[in-house]
Design a protein around this ligand. Structure first.
Ligand SMILES: *Cc1c(COP(=O)(O)O)cnc(C)c1O
Length: 524
């Protein structure tokens, strides 16, 4: 077995510590990726966040996107060889995206810079990380295998309410040493989302519908993860351990830092921002991964001033940033037109607070205990001042969200998805003198029903007219495209009606049912 120190000598020495101070010793990047969650429930962060000068950041614009990503990962000193990183990034960010720029910026007539993060295979921003994480995952597993630290393969299990499942399937399909099974609530995802998942190609994938709602589905999967006997059985009989691909994995966060640095470089290159001039960034926020990545981009040296945190009606983060109190003890969970931001517990906030307290693991462990036991915590005044130094926040209600989609199409000729609409509106409300970059997290055609409601002045949740309700998701998108005179439906969403359905199984949500299905998949 090779020690961490040997690897550090070979590659660099940026090891990973955890936010609650429970890990006995720091681990290498490869191990942080494979482990996902740190021992004791904390999250991994790198011991050192690199610094880059404005000149170095601006120079990224001269490189293709894949090389920009590689340059940032090398600055983080991850324990994979430089040539390996180059190779992995060429695979992550290439023709799998429908725009050579990977995440191009569209500047609207009103000056807002829209950073389009949805040009990947599933048309949502999760591709930016999930085209990359599986490359890291397979390479990390290979690296650890070579060092005698690993002798088994992985079964990734994901419960999804829509976007994440498909992005994970696309990322992990045909990855080495990994199989991936995705469970979605039967009848609980949109027609487009279901078809995206059940038509996924690749030899190592499996998709199940689960009877019940998303909560039932997620609870079932969580129980499987905590079933020690099942874990032992999988290892003994299949040489496989369970793993997840969720957004607390550092290997998912790191790729998101790149596009904020890249966007700054491009704006300077295009003459829209002067080198060194500060910009603000507005992010439609759920689990806090995307906006945290923007904070890391700032920490590295990107001239970002304010981070604008945009919430929908589930405004726990906006309330936190405005009061210092995170309180879900008496907070209802609301359904909105932007479901990927519908959250109560925002996991990556833990990393942000760790950083803003000067890496005080005791404070974090205490707050996370409070959250668990009292469903609330309040940060100290000093930490709250730090939060206010970087963040401002506001929320947009469901009716406003739909109105914004209509108004921006009428006034700027640009069609927003509901998540981006929330961020666009918050940016207009909170912006000052700085140029603003709005993170656009999904293509409108992923959320055609609410886009239709917006364009037809319907209320949120109002039933679609019978003839419209009878359309498939693809047909509805074609109708919207015709009505608005556009032809920008992404290829991956256009032909779902005619693609072969590979997975039609619907299973019960009991732990035995899910475990039996997982084993059947492993022996398939
Ligand atoms: C996941 C997601 C978000 C929220 O991102 P976080 O990193 O969880 O804050 C916003 N919009 C869309 C479309 C998403 O899929």
């Amino acid at each position: 077995m090779t020690s961490i120190i040997d690897r550090a000598e070979r590659f660099g020495e940026n090891l990973y510590i955890d936010t609650r101070g429970n890990c006995e010793k720091p681990v290498a990047f490869t191990e942080a990726v494979i482990n996902g969650l740190a021992q004791g429930g904390g999250l991994y962060v790198p011991q050192e966040v690199p610094s880059m000068s404005v000149e170095e950041i601006v120079a990224l614009a001269k490189l293709p996107y894949a090389q920009r990503a590689a340059a940032v990962y090398k600055a983080f000193n991850i324990d994979l060889a430089d040539e390996k990183i180059d190779e992995l990034m060429a695979r992550s960010y290439g023709s799998n995206f429908d725009d050579a720029a990977i995440c191009p910026i569209t500047t609207l007539a009103d000056g807002t810079h829209v950073l389009e993060l949805w040009h990947g295979p599933t048309s949502a921003f999760k591709d930016m990380a999930l085209q990359c994480l599986p490359q890291f995952f397979s390479a990390s597993a290979a690296e650890l295998r070579e060092r005698g630290k690993l002798d088994h393969e992985f079964l990734i299990m994901v419960a999804t309410s829509g976007d994440t499942g498909k992005a994970a399937l696309e990322g992990f399909k045909d990855a080495d040493g990994v199989r991936i099974g995705v469970l979605f609530p039967d009848g609980g995802v949109s027609d487009i989302q279901r078809k995206q998942m059940v038509t996924t190609t690749g030899a190592n994938v499996q998709v199940w519908g689960v009877r019940g709602n998303f909560d039932d589905c997620q609870t079932g999967v969580k129980r499987v993860f905590s079933d020690v006997d099942f874990a032992e059985k999988l290892m003994a009989e299949h040489k496989v351990s369970l793993s997840s691909a969720n957004s607390i994995n550092w290997g998912r966060l790191l790729p998101q830092i790149v596009y904020y640095m890249s966007a700054y470089a491009e704006l300077v290159e295009a003459g829209k921002v002067e080198a060194g001039q500060s910009i603000d960034v507005c992010v439609p926020t759920g689990n806090f991964g995307n906006i945290l990545a923007a904070w890391y981009a700032k920490k590295i040296g990107t001239p970002i001033d304010k981070l604008l945190c945009a919430s929908n009606e589930n405004r726990v983060l906006t309330d936190f940033i405005n009061t210092g109190s995170y309180d879900i003890s008496d907070r209802p969970f609301t359904l909105t037109p932007s479901p990927s931001m519908d959250i109560l517990v925002s996991s990556n906030l833990e990393r942000q607070l760790f950083e803003l307290t000067g890496r005080n693991a005791n404070a974090i462990a205490g707050w996370m205990r409070d959250l668990n036991e009292k469903r609330a915590f309040r940060v100290d005044p000093e930490t709250f001042a730090k939060v206010r130094e970087h963040f401002v926040a506001d929320s947009v209600d469901n009716a406003e969200c739909l109105a914004v989609i209509k108004r921006v199409l009428d006034e700027q000729g640009y069609l927003l998805d509901p998540h981006t609409a929330v961020a666009y509106e918050v940016a207009q409300r909170l912006r000052g003198e700085n140029p603003v970059v709005v993170a656009s997290t999904a293509h409108w055609a992923k959320f055609g029903d609410n886009v239709y409601r917006a364009l037809h002045d319907m209320a949120p949740g109002e039933a679609l007219p019978a003839d419209v309700a009878a359309l498939t998701g693809c047909q509805l998108n074609e109708l919207i495209a015709r009505e608005t005179g556009r032809d920008d439906i992404p290829a991956g969403l256009a032909n779902l009606d005619v693609m072969e359905v590979r997975f039609a199984d619907v299973i019960d949500n009991g732990v035995e049912d899910i475990e039996a299905a997982a084993e059947a998949f492993l022996t398939r």
